[in-house]
Design a protein around this ligand. Structure first.
Ligand code: ATP
Length: 492
């Protein structure tokens, strides 16, 4: 991270806390590692991101419906899905510092350092060796690579490493009063399985025809070996996932289509296209026949925000095998020979985006420290240039001064609008200070009620980005704000 990007990242984290977006969890008890709470504005922004996703995926697609499945599920589900046996990371401990690391991340950091120092041959060779070891789940080989490449613990500075072991990322707990192994259940590490086990319920009750999708937003839990980079890698986080069920043999077409559709969803927010890239997976998960990440150029480098995976019929077939229940779909449509396609287990394309990573991306992208200095005086402001649809507060209403009936008039205007828009009323401090506070939380419009309002019922609207003001009729505010924060600006 260069000094500037490092500073930007630190400033965003500090801003998120200072202005009520993100707080460390359990802070008064010194925090809980990799767990965060969303504050009064953070939870609004998060909800708006969810709405944007839900509208784009569910409301705008007649063949996609949404569900909300429980976090607790039958433990056999995680056996069938492969998570009990395979959802793990290779970890290694340093014997001097007693710190734990992900073996692959230590190697990736080394590769990045080789690259930075212009040692591209070494970087490539290590990448190939690491990929091979990960593919073969060859844990001793991963340790050998750490030793060969003289990787030291950043804390102790020593190379006194333990063996590499697999560490399962699922959290488990017990259900019921008498705890024994038979009652062991897991906190879901992904929302997808709740969709797979309900796919026939939804298909039958909704009379869905292939191709169709099921979407869901919900919490997922992973006991990450090490958590870094703020809300990028959390132990409790939220996913927005959609499983799209298709006829076998058509999955690659849909895979390509969803890849494009999802990128467009990101770009519609006005983010610079150069900040995004696709990253094809070389090492595919056990269930996938194609997979790509949508990555964003965070201050600490490109990082996955969303994955698009062609999951084949793996999950449904596994659930058929483990539950003994048929997972087949009957397709009455006719093939090229005029015969019905008949019974089959659908193939699945998944789009899976991390809500918290999207939140961070949005904050970083919106964060701006604008220099407003003139020849006469130095000045600056911090402004969150959030899309108006995402802004936590849509408009702030200010009486110019705290007397002469202006507060009453401002409240009267606010009362007419507050059911439709999330508004803030502020009468404390000079108007300039109030503008700055709203800029800092990304409020797109500030409405000021002054003495003229009492005469002709007009107010001023000040626009966050341009700082321009205009005078409008108070009765038109619902239309004006409504138009500027309409989802039609993002989705149509
Ligand atoms: P990574 O390689 O970064 O660990 P992943 O490939 O395990 O991510 P997926 O299983 O594909 O991630 O999950 C889908 C999305 O969920 C990711 O694109 C990411 O945005 C989000 N996600 C995954 N793990 C976490 C986490 N620990 N904290 C926050 N978001 C996460």
């Amino acid at each position: 991270m260069s000094k500037n990007t490092d500073e930007l990242f630190k400033n965003v984290i500090a801003h998120a806390k200072e202005y009520g977006f993100v707080f460390p969890s359990s802070e008064i008890y010194d925090g809980l590692s990799a767990v965060y709470d969303y504050g009064q504005f953070g939870s609004e922004l998060k909800n708006n991101l969810k709405t944007y996703w839900w509208k784009a995926m569910v409301q705008m697609h007649e063949n996609i419906v949404g569900i909300d499945s429980a976090i607790f599920m039958h433990p056999k589900i995680w056996k069938a899905s492969g998570h009990v046996d395979g959802f793990s990371d290779p970890m290694i401990d340093n014997k001097d510092s007693n710190k734990r690391y992900r073996a692959d991340q230590l190697l990736e950091d080394k590769i990045a350092r080789y690259d930075k120092d212009g040692k591209t041959d070494k970087a490539e060779a290590l990448q190939i060796a690491m990929d091979e070891a990960l593919k073969n789940e060859d844990l001793p080989r991963l340790r050998e690579l750490i030793i060969e490449h003289e990787i030291a613990d950043p804390v102790s500075g020593t190379r006194n490493w333990t063996d590499v072991r697999q560490f399962n990322l699922m959290f488990s707990t017990q259900m019921g009063a008498i705890a024994d192994d038979a009652d062991l259940i897991y906190l879901r590490p992904e929302t997808a399985q709740g969709i797979f086990v309900n796919y026939l319920n939804v298909q039958k009750s909704g009379r869905m025809k292939i191709p169709f999708g099921i979407a869901q937003i919900g919490k997922a839990f992973r006991n990450e070996v090490i958590a870094r980079q703020f809300i990028i890698r959390m132990r409790e986080f939220e996913q927005m996932e959609m499983q799209f069920f298709v006829r076998p043999g058509t999955e690659m077409e849909w895979y390509k289509q969803w890849k494009e559709t999802r990128l467009q969803w990101h770009l519609a927010l006005g983010t610079d296209e150069a900040k995004y890239r696709f990253h094809d997976h070389v090492k595919l998960a056990h269930y996938a026949n194609a997979a790509v990440d949508i990555e964003y150029d965070f201050p600490f480098g490109f990082k996955e925000v969303e994955g698009i995976h062609s999951r084949t019929d793996f999950d449904l077939s596994q659930h058929q095998k483990f539950s003994g229940k048929k997972m087949q779909y009957f397709d009455p449509e006719l093939d090229a020979d005029g015969k019905p396609y008949g019974n089959y287990i659908p193939y699945v394309i998944e789009t899976s985006i991390g809500l918290d990573r999207m939140f961070l991306l949005t904050m970083i992208n919106a964060f701006d420290e604008e220099d407003l200095s003139t020849d006469e005086k130095q000045d600056s402001r911090t402004v969150l240039r959030l899309h108006p649809c995402l802004a936590p507060v849509k408009a702030a209403i200010f009486p110019l001064i705290k007397k002469d009936g202006l507060p009453e008039k401002a409240r009267e205007i606010m009362d007419k609008l507050k059911l439709d828009f999330n508004l803030q009323y502020e009468e404390k401090d000079a108007i300039g200070k109030r503008y700055r506070r709203q800029d800092a939380i990304g409020t797109p419009f500030c409405i000021t009620v002054d003495h003229q309002t009492l005469e002709d019922n007009t107010v001023t609207i000040r626009h966050r980005d341009t700082m321009q003001q205009e005078r409008v009729a108070a009765d038109d505010l619902d239309k004006i704000i409504g138009k500027l924060v309409s989802w039609k600006n993002l989705l149509s």
